[in-house]
Design a protein around this ligand. Structure first.
Ligand SMILES: NC(=O)c1ccc[n+]([C@@H]2O[C@H](COP(=O)([O-])OP(=O)(O)OC[C@H]3O[C@@H](n4cnc5c(N)ncnc54)[C@H](O)[C@@H]3O)[C@@H](O)[C@H]2O)c1
Length: 323
């Protein structure tokens, strides 16, 4: 079955999905909508699709089977619910939103509709990350250390706290999610965010430039996340899991995995493109009607968002917040 796809948003991540979808035989890109008409037209022309005039004409179940929602988190409105009501399957980018109540409402509507749904936590699709998950199954983790350093996204929305939720919610969310995916749910969080440097880069920025987060997991393991979006001389991400009889280390957003224990020390580097694997899984799920290939559904993505929101609340309160 060919899967007919519409895309809402035609910015950076939408174009990345378009290039992946073009490599998937079963996928046909039908229509693209963006508030910026020129972007929609340009993206549509590049893939032989049509530029839709508005969301209503794009969300037409006679024309598309599935929609990719690639607008920033401040600009999702009720798109997921509108698609779900029409029986249109939904892929939506991370993070799922800016407030939990709205996302919970959407989650309910999506679950009740019975549509296929997938959230853009693409790093879950690395074979190295799946291998780490398998290895950690049944092992006792006592400490987790995650970090991500880099520079800012160029868009104004991204450096505006009320539109992006900040670096932890928008980008470090991949590492927040990797910890959950591999070691289980969070129990509580404390956090501090700083902003010593960001005004020197963007005077209009309202996001923090650094975060120091501590947490415990429901398993009893404790951990930290340190992050900065103003780190031009040292970038990258790592997640480390420590146990009494092993050490698991993921670097490069999960591309490289090292496992050390008394048997051996092995390092594997993935040759996969996790975003392509993610889009293949969604298209396959829509084509077959089976959710099985999807590694992050909407309710799962909502739990990852809940952690970042709780971290910001903990920083405001100056105390621990339980999830
Ligand atoms: N999974 C990942 O690794 C990954 C990577 C990058 C971005 N993202 C996520 O994707 C989303 C978009 O990020 P981006 O980098 O593409 O941003 P971007 O600024 O490059 O593009 C956003 C696009 O959305 C359009 N837009 C804004 N409001 C709209 C609306 N109401 N209706 C239709 N179009 C609208 C803009 O005109 C723009 O073309 C964000 O939520 C971001 O966190 C995910």
């Amino acid at each position: 079955m060919s899967v007919k796809i519409g895309m809402i948003g035609a910015g950076g991540i939408a174009r990345s999905h378009l290039s992946k979808l073009q490599k998937i035989e079963q996928a046909t890109i039908v229509s693209i909508y963006d508030v910026n008409r020129d972007s929609a037209v340009q993206a549509a022309e590049s893939v032989g699709a049509r530029a839709a005039d508005d969301v209503d004409s794009l969300l037409n179940p006679n024309e598309i089977d599935a929609v990719f929602i690639c607008t920033p988190q401040f600009a999702r409105d009720d798109l997921e619910e509108r698609a779900a009501r029409k029986g249109i399957h939904v892929f939506v980018e991370k993070p799922l939103g800016l407030d939990l109540e709205t996302v919970q409402r959407k989650e309910k509507a999506i679950a009740e509709s019975g549509i296929i749904h997938s959230v853009g936590y693409c790093l879950r699709y690395f074979d190295t990350v799946l291998k780490a998950k398998e290895y950690l199954q049944g092992r006792t983790i006592h400490l987790v250390q995650a970090q991500r350093f880099g520079t800012t996204h160029p868009a104004l929305w991204w450096r505006t706290q009320s539109m992006s939720g900040g670096h932890l919610a928008d980008a470090v969310t991949h590492q927040v999610d990797m910890v959950r995916f591999l070691a289980g749910d969070y129990r509580d969080v404390t956090a501090q965010f700083g902003s010593n440097s960001i005004a020197g880069v963007f005077p209009d920025a309202t996001i923090a430039d650094a975060g120091a987060v501590t947490f415990s997991l429901k398993s009893g393991a404790v951990g930290t996340i340190t992050e900065s979006c103003v780190s031009p001389y040292h970038g990258g991400s790592e997640v480390k899991f420590f146990g009494p009889d092993f050490f698991v280390h993921l670097t490069g957003n999960g591309k490289t995995l090292t496992i050390a224990d008394k048997e051996e020390k092995v390092t594997l580097t993935s040759t996969q493109d996790p975003s392509l694997e993610q889009d293949k899984a969604f298209v396959e799920a829509v084509a077959t009607g089976s959710r099985e290939p999807i590694l992050c559904g909407y309710a799962d993505g909502m739990q990852t968002l809940a952690f970042s929101l709780a971290a910001h609340r903990a920083a405001e309160l100056g105390s621990k917040v339980t999830l």
